[in-house]
Design a protein around this ligand. Structure first.
Ligand code: BG6
Length: 483
């Protein structure tokens, strides 16, 4: 059952992802979708919408229309309790028709203020199946706008669904190379044995976007980069990088370790929050409008479009090794990467006054998440010139572009996981709660301080203060412009 079936997310992401699952045989005969929204359309019109959204996905018209024949529409106002009877009747009818065994997925792709009310009504109006099938609730972001509102939402959801029935979408967790972090770490002695504060100097996570706020000013100006990207995507990536090895590769064990890691993240006091986090807002240049001139953005908006910060874990593995994070709109390029900077050898025997050698570089493991998928390891080696000089060389593996293109997209993976009941790549409530508690402290400080905006130019890597954040610790970002 899909709430918000005529919306942007459904047509851009969900239908194409489901078609891929259908093509690959992961869903076939035994599935039906009841799409709902307030629109007054019939099944035929709905199927047209679905097919239209798939025009670029497949040239196999016959298959697309077979697929679309599994879609049904019920006009529905989620706030009107009496409307749920139609949904119930339809789901019982389709359950029989497609032999679904009572298995139900409720996907809420609507504005967040409706999440709680839908969950409640599903329960009170008896839409949850009770004949042995599963009931799973899928929730899109944002999950609250601070800890208190997230807790309230979670309480509402938990009154109708158990935690293991709730799938909180964070589409970054569906990305191939984010999932690969666990493979790289726990599948390789050479990394996991060194994955701690004795050998790692710092870890850097960059989620850069070159687009501005586009048509989403209404949402974005209320949110800002801290809520939009840090609280969810970045905290999830950081927890995968920081966690201990799970007992087994399964959702409950992985979640347990992620939560433990997040709980040892130091929650900053006011002074720490203002020194360890910096924010930015893009200005304008040439034809590129400054953020405050974008449609729908107030002229005096203090919403941040850039965040950089330093995270510290107070645990045995990470004490003393900072994680630096940054994200922003209108930056130099669109990419996501993680740079793990190892400590330099304690003694550099190649560098003595007469040698003319440059000092050894730190080894850096870079995980390329997007658009390239792969990783590289920078090591020091002797170069082939006369004499003895070392230079950094790169050992690199990049997935070829054909395979990158064929890689399942996040929503395909995540919907498949929901159908399998695998919660590995979804955010659990304790993770969300810890992330909010951390982020709330930064927000509190920022809300009382007047920022000097705009403070970075489009096409840069953010404000100077983001470089200063590392320079203060005698470090620098591995990814810099013109390098
Ligand atoms: C979303 C944010 O969660 O992630 C957007 O709301 C952002 O503001 C997007 O643009 C980035 O996702 P991706 O997959 O394009 O890196």
């Amino acid at each position: 059952m899909l709430f918000g079936a005529t919306g942007d997310l459904a047509t851009r992401k969900l239908y194409p992802a489901m078609l891929k699952l259908y093509e690959k045989g992961n869903i076939r005969e035994h599935f039906a979708v009841i799409g709902t929204s307030r629109h007054k359309i019939d099944d035929e019109k709905y199927r047209e919408i679905v097919e239209k959204s798939l025009a670029k996905e497949s040239s196999n018209k016959k298959m697309v229309s077979e697929f679309a024949s599994h879609f049904y529409f019920v006009t529905h106002d989620v706030t009107n309790v009496s409307h749920y009877a139609n949904l119930k009747a339809k789901s019982e009818e389709l359950d029989k028709k497609y032999s679904l065994g009572g298995n139900r997925v409720f996907y809420i792709s609507m504005a967040p203020n409706f999440f709680g009310i839908v969950a409640k009504n599903l329960k009170t109006q008896h839409l949850l199946s009770d004949n042995g099938g599963f009931n799973r609730l899928v929730i899109e972001k944002p999950f609250g706008r601070d800890f208190d509102s997230a807790k309230q939402l979670n309480d509402e959801l938990s009154a109708a669904f158990e935690e293991n029935q709730i799938f909180r979408i964070d589409h970054y967790l569906g990305k191939e190379m984010i999932q690969n972090i666990e493979a790289i770490r726990f599948g390789n002695t050479i990394f996991e044995a060194l994955w701690n504060n004795r050998y790692i100097d710092n870890i850097q996570v960059t989620l850069a976007e070159n687009l501005g706020v586009e048509e989403r000013a209404g949402y974005y100006d209320n949110s800002g980069a801290l809520r939009d990207m840090v609280q969810n995507h970045i905290m999830q990536i950081v927890s995968l990088l920081a966690m201990e090895q799970p007992v087994a590769f399964k959702d409950t064990d992985i979640r347990q370790e992620k939560v433990k890691a997040l709980r040892s993240l130091r929650v900053y006091n006011v002074a720490e929050a203002s020194t360890n986090f910096v924010r930015g807002q893009y200005g304008g240049v040439g034809n590129s409008k400054e953020y405050r001139q974008e449609d729908g953005v107030p002229k005096d908006s203090n919403t941040e479009t850039f965040v950089a910060g330093k995270l510290l874990f107070d645990n045995y593995r990470w004490s003393g090794t900072p994680f630096y994070i940054r994200t922003g709109k209108k930056l130099a390029d669109k990419f996501t990467r993680v740079d793990v900077v190892f400590k330099k050898p304690l003694v550099d025997i190649f560098s003595f006054p007469q040698s003319g050698s440059t000092p050894l570089n730190a080894n850096v493991l870079t995980i390329f998440i997007e658009p390239n998928q792969g990783f590289s390891l920078m090591v020091n080696a002797k170069n082939s010139e006369q004499g003895f000089h070392t230079e950094p060389v790169n050992l690199q593996f990049l997935e070829d572009s054909k395979r990158t293109k064929e890689t399942p997209q996040p929503y395909e993976r995540l919907i498949h996981d929901v159908l399998k009941g695998d919660g590995t790549n979804f955010a659990s409530w304790p993770e969300v709660a810890s992330a909010w508690k951390f982020v709330d402290q930064i927000r509190r400080v920022w809300d009382i301080q007047q920022p000097m905006f705009p403070n970075y130019i489009p096409g840069s890597m953010g404000p100077v203060s983001a470089d200063e954040l590392l320079a203060r610790d005698h470090r620098e970002w591995v990814y810099k412009l013109n390098k």
